[in-house]
Ligand binder design. Sequence first.
Ligand SMILES: Cc1cc2nc3c(=O)[nH]c(=O)nc-3n(C[C@H](O)[C@H](O)[C@H](O)COP(=O)(O)OP(=O)(O)OC[C@H]3O[C@@H](n4cnc5c(N)ncnc54)[C@H](O)[C@@H]3O)c2cc1C
Ligand code: SF4
Length: 477
Amino acid sequence: MGDISGFLKIKRKEAGNRPLNERICDHSEVEQVLNSEDRMLQASRCMDCGIPFCHWSCPVDNLIPEWNDLLFKGQWKAAFERLNATNNFPEVTGRICPASCEHACVLNIGKEPVTIRENEVAIVEKAFSEGYIKPSPPLKRTGKSVAVIGSGPAGLAAADLLNKSGHSVTLFEKDEKAGGLMRFGIPDFKLSKAVIDRRIDLMIKEGLTIKTCTQIGKDISAKEVVSQFDALCIAIGAGHPRDLNLEGRQFRGIYFAMDFLCNQNRVNSGQLHPDDNQINAENKKVLVIGGGDTGSDCVGTSIRQKAATVTQIEILPKPPLDRTPDNPWPYFAKTLKTSTSHEEGCERMWSLSTLRFIGTEDAVKGVEVEEVKWEVENGKYKMTSVPGTVRIIEADLILLALGFVHPVIDGLISELELELDNRKNIKTSDSLSTNIQKIFAAGDSVTGASLVVNAIASGRKAAEEIDSYLRELPPTP
Ligand SMILES: Cc1cc2nc3c(=O)[nH]c(=O)nc-3n(C[C@H](O)[C@H](O)[C@H](O)COP(=O)(O)OP(=O)(O)OC[C@H]3O[C@@H](n4cnc5c(N)ncnc54)[C@H](O)[C@@H]3O)c2cc1C
Ligand code: SF4
């Protein structure tokens, strides 16, 4: 541990965000970076406590106290090596992870956790700029081949480790570019797509083959892929969105959040001409239904498209400002989150149930909502309507940000007759193997919609299991 009393001398200092009036005029990243000196001082605040709760709460088991100490000492290269040992894409998690590590940091008891997430991204960005990260293809190939289907963080993490282990890996992706929801879901103002391109270029130089515009189960039959590879890793995400099948759902002007966000990401990258973007919030009264992160991303994107007003509603009650007794430290704090998009100008309402859409076939005009009350009954939350509270919220663009229910079943999953669990996710054993020999699965398609860091952890685990499986096979002649 570098500075035994660093946390007593140095206050938490965040890099902060670009000024609001500036950032809403473009789609570039909102968060800024601290200079190296400040960053090292921030790392000195890590107490290297005997039990590193931060490490315990990080899904990829990042060695946080170790790299914080190396960062404090200015040993950036060594800090990167420790970080790289557990995380394939720290440049992504360092930007958009909800940082459960900081919730569990001992200094968070006093509400001033170490800036772990920002330290993480600073280390990896320094490693890129100083040239510590170079393509390192495997010295020897094993002769075994693996198909990874789906190029989100789970598929990319699995492909990266399997390729580095010497297997010949082909990554199939149905979209025109690799990256999954990191590329087409998460807005550029949270995660620049140049960050994903830089990593994918590196992986290609290390020998990974990527085939985009190739939907397995449609463009190539899944059985053909099974017959051509020694093992498969299915990482197709949880692509089936939750709908709101109410009266008026068919009215023009109601869209899934992902369609809206994908279009803007494609406009930003030049894949879609702005005039061809059919879902535009300009001058519209936008209503986002769903109070989560995807909803927040719709808020920020609508503001950048110059919406007239933006409102976000949520059926659950407003979260508390502080931890409740049943949600103590070091667990993730289930408290009110105000994102940078919310700060940019949005009305937020909670405990509102949507009853029906109002309008005509040609144009939605709003929604009818009713207040609801949540009470615990026999240990379970029960929702009841509050009489006399039905009202209308006007809107001419409605975005459904209600999450995802499970992976898309038609095509690959049904063709291979993969067994599903009771939530219709792909059923796997502890070793992430499916009911079919040599087929493994990872990420949101197994767990349901989750987080990038969980998808990376799952992809890493799948790679480890596939590697063990392949090493048991007889050598390829
Ligand atoms: C709008 C939005 C914002 C988010 N923001 C955050 C955030 O800030 N922080 C965070 O940690 N998480 C965030 N998430 C969640 C995170 O993006 C996902 O949990 C993560 O990307 C899941 O990774 P995955 O690899 O399992 O699947 P995905 O990223 O969904 O990738 C699956 C890939 O498989 C491809 N595919 C599907 N079927 C086939 C097929 N048959 N053949 C070939 N390819 C196929 C898909 O096109 C896709 O590219 C967000 C999600 C959304 C939707
Ligand atoms: S991946 Fe997430 S939880 Fe882990 S150290 Fe980084 S920010 Fe924290």
